[in-house]
Design a protein around this ligand. Structure first.
Ligand code: SF4
Length: 277
């Protein structure tokens, strides 16, 4: 079911997506009309059993509603089967925990000037805890860095009740369901893109987006209509037609941090640069 709502922004917008409409990138300018995707009948009842689907600081009903819609999405059969299968079988070390097993919405400060975008929830990280980059090694690195530069109140991120608060920053992912081998298909990527588009629209103070890894960068470059698109590399910057700056970072995956490809000073420097812009 599709509705139509007005939105005022200069960013490229994405129409259609998770609930069946065709994906279309539409350049924006001034007052535009946007399709508002409405959850299918029945999913609201599922939401009623959830303790929380949104970790929004400074209140935003728009982001709260979007979080509810994201968490209810079942548009990608392969990813739904994977995320729920992982949640049912669990890793031995988390056998006593109930996995989230659903899509993961963004969280942070609704007045953020910096958005941080990763690839997708980790199978035993955010797919377990329900908060992006929470409960895995990548998150340990990410939040430690954000704490060092003053964007997070603590360095650790272990679960929804761990007290983590972000100030001036928002974190989300390009794809909202954990994919097998961390590899969404192009169709799954495109189906999920409207959620990121709408999230960035709702975060109207964001001036800088930190892309964690090449996948996130390529999604953002499309979404923000960056042309020409500089080649991905750590510290590379690109500016969209509406003035949003994208800064690339190597992803804080274990593969990158164990090998020294990404060091703590390298990640800190990206956030320090983002704060300074
Ligand atoms: S990846 Fe995105 S579009 Fe696909 S089921 Fe998950 S939330 Fe829905």
């Amino acid at each position: 079911m599709l509705g139509v709502v007005p939105c005022r922004t200069n960013r490229t917008r994405v129409e259609g997506g998770p609930l069946g409409a065709a994906l279309r990138l539409v350049p924006r300018g001034g007052l535009a009309l946007r399709r508002e995707l409405v959850p299918r009948r029945g999913v609201v009842a599922i939401l009623g059993r959830q303790p929380s689907v949104s970790g929004v600081e400074n209140g935003s009903s728009q982001l709260d509603r979007l979080a509810e819609e994201i968490v209810a999405c079942r548009a990608c059969p392969r990813l739904v089967a994977w995320r729920e299968g992982v949640a049912a079988t669990r890793r031995a070390s988390f056998r006593d925990q109930e996995y989230w097993g659903r899509p993961v919405a963004g969280f942070g400060d609704s007045r953020a000037t910096i958005a941080v975008v990763g690839l997708a929830p980790a199978a035993h990280g955010a797919n377990r805890t329900g908060r992006i980059f929470t409960g895995d090694r990548s998150g340990d690195w990410l939040f430690a860095s954000m704490h060092r530069v003053g964007l997070a109140n603590q360095a650790s991120s272990t679960g929804l009740d761990d007290g983590l608060r972000l100030s001036g920053a928002w974190i989300c992912s390009a794809v909202r369901c954990a994919p097998p081998d961390n590899k969404p298909t192009p169709q799954e990527r495109d189906r999920c893109l409207p959620f990121l588009s709408r999230e960035l629209d709702a975060l109207d103070s964001v001036k800088v987006v930190v892309a964690l890894g090449q996948f996130a960068y390529e999604v953002l470059a499309r979404l923000l209509a960056i042309r020409p698109r500089p080649r991905f590399g750590h510290g590379v910057e690109a500016t969209s037609p509406d003035g949003t700056v994208v800064i690339c970072s190597y992803h804080p995956s274990q593969q990158n941090t164990f090998t020294g490809r990404l060091t703590e000073p390298m990640l800190d420097s990206v956030f320090t640069r983002a704060i300074g812009l």
